[in-house]
Structures are given as C-alpha cells and as structure tokens.
Write a protein that binds this ligand. Structure first.
Ligand code: IVH
Length: 698
C-alpha cells in the first residue's frame, strides 16, 4: 500500500526521534542535560500525535515506544545466541595472582603484552540486548546463561538503553551485555514510598532491579528509575572488528551506551591489585549504585579466545575480584529517639559495633516507626546492616531465624522523650513530632538552623560555638543570641577579643534581616525558604502575620503557592504560646522582621512580563525570578505578544523561535543583569523607563 504521509512529516518525525533520543542520551548517559523537562515533553507529545495521526510513522526505535506496551500474561523464553557466562572469584590478591599464573601456563608471556582491563562489578541484574541493523530487537534476562526471559517491553522503558545505536561502525547483528541496576538514592525513596502505601519493601537494590525487570506490565517498570551499564558486545556471526576489551568499551560509549565509571587499563596484575584496593576503600563509598567487586579481563580479544572457557561456564580470561560484603550482621541493642530541629522524632538503632567497609558502625538510622513495624524489628534481634555510599548506615532488617524469643518489640512513643509533651502525627501519618517549640531536645539543631546561611546568616556562629553557648548557659533560645556581649564571649574558652567583636557585629547586622529569612529561620514545619518568602511578601511584617495566623488558616491558605498543609502548620506554630513569646523576645532585642517591598511600582522592570528559557550561566532560575520580581517584573512561562523580553541561556529551546515569530526581544543573562542593576539604581524612582543599555549602577 502506498503511504500518503508527506515527506515533510516523515522528515519531522525523524527529527523529533533524533532530538528526543539525543536529549535522553545527554541526560541519562552523559549526565549533561540539554533540554528542560517541559521541552522534552513538548517534543514527545508532538511525536506521539504525529504517530497517532499517521501510524506508518511509528518506528520500532521511536522514543514513544519506550512506554505504553500492553501487559503480558507471561514472558517468552529467549535463547541467547552466545551463552551468558558466569565468573570465577578471587577473594584476595593472592587468588588474583594465582589466576594470572593459570593464564601464564596457557598463553605464556603474551599476557604481559596484552595487560588487563579492570572494571567495576555492578551488583544488579544481568541482561543481553540484541541489536539488528542498529535497532533494539530483543532484550532478555540472563536466566541460566543459555535461556533467559524476553523482557523487551520492560527494557525499552530504560532511557539509557538506546533504541537505536549511533554510528556507522555498528555490526549488523550484535548482542550487548550489561547490568541493570537501581540507584541507591532512588531505592531509598521507593522503599519509603512503599512503606507509606503499606507495601512490602525491597531488601536491596539488586532485588529491586530484578523485580522491576520482571513486571508483566511495562507500565510498572516505566515508573522505576532503572539504569543500565554495559560491559560487553558480541557478534554471533562474525568477528567484532575490534581488538581489545578497552576498545569494546570505547565503542559502546560511542554507540550511545553507558559504561560504568572507574575502569582502568592495567599493564600488570599489581596495578590491578592497586586499583581494586582503591575502589574498595575509597571509591565504593562514593557510588550511587551497588558493586560487589571488580571484574578483571585480559585485554586482547584474540588472547581471550585462546584462553577459552572452563567447564562450559566460566571464562579463563576473566575473574571477579570480590570485595568484603558491605552488608553484615550484628545485634540491635536498643532503639532510641532523636529530636530533630523541627521536632520530628527520629528513631535510630544502637548496634553492637561492627566493622563495615573500613568503618566501625555503632548507630544506624531507622527512618520512622512505621518502617520499624513493617520490618518487624525488635530490640535484641540479629539484624543485617548495610553501609551504602557515604550515607548513614542502614538496618536492612532482622534475621528472624536467629531469634531466641527474648526480643522485644518497640512502639512509637506517646510523649517526646526530651520534654514529655504529647507527640503529634504528621499529615502524612508517617512521622511523629514534638509540637513544643521550646523542647530542649531540638534546641541545638534548631539554633544551628536559625543562624545558617539560608536563614539569619550569622557568619562565624558555628555549631561548636552554639553548643559552647548553650553549655555555658548563655543561650537557650534564638532571642538569647541577640543579647550576647563581647564580655560574655571573651570570658569563654577559645574566644579572642577580636573574634568576639566580629561575632557581636555579625549578630547586630542580622537584626535587620528581612522577615522572609526570619520565618525560614524559625524552623516552622513545612516552611522552607520559598514558603517563607511567599508569607513575608504577603504580610510584610511579623505582627500582621501573627494576627492572621491567630484568626485561622484562611488568609494564609489563600496565598498563591501556599497549600493547606503549610497554612495549618503556620497557624499551629503561631497559636502556640511559646512561639509568640519567642517572637516578642526577638522584637524586644531589636529585630525588625520586615520584608522590604519589592519595587513593584517603581522598579525598572515594573509591570513587565519576562520569560526565562535555558539555563543561565550564573543565576539559577530561582535567583533570576527573585531578582526580576524585586525589580517589579513578573516571570511567566510562555511567550506571547505581551512578553517584554525573553532571557535565553544555554540550550534555550523553542521559546526563542516563538519570540522571533512574535518579534519579542531576546536577551542574554549579561544584559538582564545590566537591566537589573539599572533597576536597583532606579528603585523607588516612580515610572522609571526600562533602560536597555543602562550601565551597571555603582
Ligand atoms: S563480564 C564472561 N563485566 O557479573 C564474562 N560481568 O558472574 C561475563 N557483572 O551477572 C561477565 N559487572 O552481569 C562482566 N563489568 C562486568 C560486570 C559483570 C557485573 C555481572 C554479570 C554477571 C556476573 C558474572
């Protein structure tokens, strides 16, 4: 049948496919995004619509085909064209050298001319991808190494698995092997979410990766942020045309795949051993994914072939250099509770000290009491403990087989362990917290937040100094900070005249910090820098906000950007006696707690609608918005004929096109800064004209 789709549409669909895949590659593989999510979505929807209108435009490698495949009732078997082997293990350097000895006996000194490639051994789920003429045809699990399960629709949802490989040197039939993994950070988030929904948690990222791949509904896999690293390419029907493993990894990267970091070409086995030491003791803690060792491979492919396979299962030319496990068992001695700065009560585990990955672990976070119940953790249990990345150690769960019957279940406390106030449950019903603003348990954390850079920004007031003041009885709440004198400070240890004076000056300067900073500093639950700014802009002064809060949540909840949860929290805070007493004391010590009016009438950008696109070289989007608003302008999301100008940064996208079509001016960050500086100079001068070429004000 002839196709009635015009060549222009065919070309447009091809461009969209390419641009979307390039954006995915930049984001997922290169970790250097080139487009905003919104732009990506727009292009994606355009392609989806084109394909819906003209189904012949839908190709197997279209990014739209990553999602939306129907659920299956079971997986088809997939026979690997080339078997997926497993690896022998070397648990220490001696075993690594013994492996080299065995190689030397087969191929002799040739191995020295070849050298080795050392790679991370990713602890995920092994898969094989078949590419025919550069297009992903099937993707399968390892299974028993000979036959796996065809999970193609699921693998298509992984954005770092290319649907089409790039380059003109790609073999016509190729299998790419690698490991699908679940990043630690996403894993933690998912488990927290599962607890919230009352679902069972995954024991570790490897189970989560394998489980996510074996979903019959690809729609579920698509919601899991699985990633992929590859380590091999094979051609079943002819030589690969490359000579070393190192070249294979380079080719894979060139073709658009992700290869794990930290690989090294090593001339000698000593170098391999040094690499393994470095990975195990330094690098491993920094990775956002699990590894269980390194894989060492003879570099030259011809030698690999000569060395062959032992017993049909393990290659002689590669070995896994295993690391000590980062999951160990120890005893849970007690569950204690720590009070956070906003009053949240956080349970943590006291453990029988155990060495994991070179560090002694005595404490581990338990997140919240629901998680303790879901995992059925009991004091006295033998538990599995993991130290993953540089995150705080985690208790994975109990080992129920080791129970003696003497273990003791613990439940969430009804009162704050620090001040005895009855605890409350958060809106999400997960966290419990102490509502007492003056709770001594949260004092130091709260004070540290109060003076921090995002809050009152009192330079030179470190955590250690605060602890010193609290200890000496000089400070018990935030207001006390403002009555500190140089005499008091110099009477303390480690305080010289000069640093005491500097600190007193810094504290004095903080008295006029804007209301938004004070609100952020107070540590009201759910009120961060942004909510604080919205509140401060709306009310202008502290007494006005307090007055409104006493009336109830209505006025607060009506502010754009403030939801009911924040509003309730603000009301609860200011309706508390202790909070109001603190505010009074702050006012008595000279804090102004006022928000300077944005120059909304007089600013140089007064009344102008401005669109931001792309990433600006120095200002974040938030900062640019803040400064534009301070100069009286408004930031809007789409370009229209009412747009005053578009500020374009790196990778600006389609807004520029639209601006050009409508004849709207496009400027860069440097010019925006000039206009802003001009605005600062002219702030307050009613009716100032936007000055295009204003020189920066002094
Ligand atoms: S090479 C013939 N390289 O480890 C060599 N395997 O026991 C076979 N794995 O589940 C594999 N990272 O998926 C190789 N850089 C790496 C690897 C790696 C992880 C997994 C592999 C398989 C197991 C092999």
């Amino acid at each position: 049948m002839t196709d009635s789709v015009s060549p222009a549409l065919v070309a447009r669909a091809a461009t969209l496919r390419e641009e979307l895949e390039a954006a995915s590659h930049a984001y997922y593989v290169l970790d250097a995004p080139t487009r905003s999510d919104a732009e990506y979505d727009r292009l994606f929807r355009e392609l989806q619509q084109l394909e819906a209108e003209h189904p012949t435009l839908r190709t197997a490698d279209s990014p739209t085909q990553r999602v939306g495949a129907p659920p299956q009732s079971q997986f088809a078997k997939h026979t690997h064209r080339v078997p997926m082997l497993s690896l022998g293990n070397a648990f220490d350097d001696d075993e690594l050298r013994a492996w080299e000895e065995r190689i030397l006996r087969v191929i002799g000194e040739d191995v020295h001319a070849s050298g080795y490639v050392a790679e991370l051994k990713i602890d995920g789920a092994a898969i094989s991808l078949t590419y025919r003429d550069g297009v992903l045809e099937t993707g399968a699990t390892r299974g028993n190494g000979l036959i796996g399960e065809d999970v193609t629709p699921n693998l298509r949802t992984l954005r770092d698995i290319p649907l089409r490989v790039r380059g003109d040197d790609v073999p016509p039939l190729m299998e790419v092997r690698g490991e699908v993994y679940y990043p630690f950070s996403a894993f933690e988030r998912m488990n927290e979410e599962r607890v919230r929904r009352g679902e069972p948690v995954f024991a570790n990222p490897r189970n989560a990766a394998a489980g996510s791949l074996r979903q019959l509904d690809p729609g579920i896999t698509a919601t899991r942020p699985l990633r992929f690293f590859c380590y091999a390419a094979t051609t079943p029907d002819r030589p690969l045309g490359l000579t070393t493993q190192w070249e294979v990894l380079e080719a894979l990267e060139r073709w658009g795949f992700s290869v794990a970091p930290a690989r090294r070409r090593c001339a000698t086995i000593d170098e391999v051993a040094a690499w393994a030491y470095e990975v195990e003791h330094t690098l491993r803690a920094e990775l956002d994914f699990a590894i269980d060792g390194g894989v060492v491979k003879v570099d030259r492919l011809r030698l690999q072939e000569e060395l062959g396979v032992v017993g049909g299962r393990e290659p002689r030319w590669a070995i896994a250099r295993k690391f000590a496990p980062d999951v160990l068992e120890t005893r849970l001695l007690d569950i204690q509770v720590n009070v956070g700065r906003t009053g949240s009560l956080n349970p943590f585990a006291m453990l029988e000290p155990v060495e994991i990955g070179g560090a002694t672990v005595k404490l581990a976070t338990l997140h919240n009491f629901d998680l303790i119940a879901t995992k059925d953790l009991r004091v006295g249990d033998v538990v599995q403990v993991k130290r993953a990345g540089d995150v705080i150690p985690q208790v994975i769960g109990p080992v129920p087989e080791r129970r003696t019957g003497d273990e003791r279940a613990v439940s969430a406390p009804d009162v704050c362990p620090s001040c005895g106030t009855t605890v409350r449950r958060d809106e999400d019903a997960i966290a419990i917290y102490c509502p007492n603003v003056a709770c001594p348990g949260r004092r130091l954390e709260a004070l540290a937040h109060f003076v921090s850079g995002d809050a009152m920004d009192i330079r030179g007031l470190s955590y250690a100094r605060l602890a010193q003041f609290v200890e000496a009885g000089l400070v018990s709440d935030a207001a006390d900070i403002f009555s500190l004198t140089t005499d008091q400070l110099t009477s303390l240890e480690r305080f010289a005249e000069k640093s005491a004076q500097n600190l007193v000056d810094a504290i004095a300067a903080a008295r006029t910090q804007p209301l938004s900073r004070v609100l952020n500093a107070l540590g009201i639950r759910h009120v961060g820098a942004i909510a604080a700014q919205l509140l401060a802009r709306h009310f202008g002064t502290m007494p006005r906000l307090v007055e409104a809060a006493i009336q109830g949540p209505e006025e607060i909840a009506a502010i754009r950007g403030i939801g009911p949860v924040i509003a309730e929290s603000v009301v609860e805070f200011f309706q508390g006696e202790s909070a109001r007493a603190l505010i009074d004391r702050l006012a008595a010590r000279g804090l102004t707690m006022e928000e300077p009016k944005p120059a909304s009438q007089g600013g140089t950008l007064a009344g102008l609608a401005i669109v931001l696109t792309g990433s600006l070289p120095t200002l974040s989007r938030g900062e640019a918005t803040e400064r534009i608003e301070a100069a009286g302008g408004r930031v809007t999301s789409s370009v229209s004929k009412n747009t005053a100008f578009v500020v374009a940064g790196e990778a600006p996208g389609s807004k520029i096109e639209r601006a050009r079509t409508l004849g709207v001016a496009v400027i860069d960050e440097a010019e925006l800064l000039m206009r802003l500086d001009g605005a600062a100079g002219a702030a307050g001068a009613a009716g100032a004209e936007p000055s295009v070429a204003a020189t920066p004000a002094e």
